[in-house]
Design a protein around this ligand. Structure first.
Ligand code: S3P
Length: 167
């Protein structure tokens, strides 16, 4: 089985995915980290040097390289399900789980995060809130194509595991 975690930036896909994989004795792949390792540069550098469109092509390419991994939890990037046919492909190859969170819950998490996210770099206060509201609204339709939707508040890896395994 392959489990794809999808959702907005800061919803906990990477940390929960890592713990979930550990508990299930599965492999864990963080798509952003996988891209960085294979490209030999950071997401920040890819965006800066080649732009978002190029990043989306790489994201698709690397997603397809790992899409048929068995017994693996894959944490995707916040934009992964929203480009090309990525979401349909993930739905075909595995179980997709959307970690759903309200912008008000996402903002403090994004502000406290040490991960550099090119799309929100330099945004603060009202501007950040507006950006998150707007893009989450645009992206929700893609996220909701997931097989399962779980609320991200107080979500533990244990709860996520039970949720992933139930019918
Ligand atoms: C992005 C989310 C990031 C990363 C890139 C673009 C997005 O991943 O893929 O900065 O479009 O939402 P996280 O969701 O892990 O922050």
């Amino acid at each position: 089985m392959t489990i794809f975690l999808v959702g907005y930036m800061g919803s906990g896909k990477s940390s929960l995915g890592q713990k979930l994989a550990f508990n299930l004795i599965y492999e864990f792949i963080d798509l952003d980290v996988y891209i960085e390792e294979n490209e030999g540069r950071t997401i920040k550098e890819i965006f800066k040097e080649d732009g978002e469109d190029y990043f989306r092509k790489l994201e698709r390419l690397y997603l397809h390289r790992i899409i048929d991994s068995e017994n693996t939890v894959i944490s995707t990037g916040g934009g992964t399900p929203c480009f090309f046919d990525n979401m349909e492909q993930m739905n075909e190859y595995g179980t997709t789980v959307y970690i759903n969170m309200h912008p008000k819950a996402l903002i403090p998490r994004l502000q406290q995060s040490e991960i550099f996210r090119p799309l929100i770099a330099g945004l603060e206060g009202e501007k950040l809130l507006d950006y998150v509201y707007k893009t989450l609204r645009e992206r929700e339709g893609f996220y909701h194509k997931a097989h399962k939707v779980v609320t991200g508040y107080n979500l533990s890896a244990k709860k996520l595991q039970e949720f992933c395994l139930e019918d």
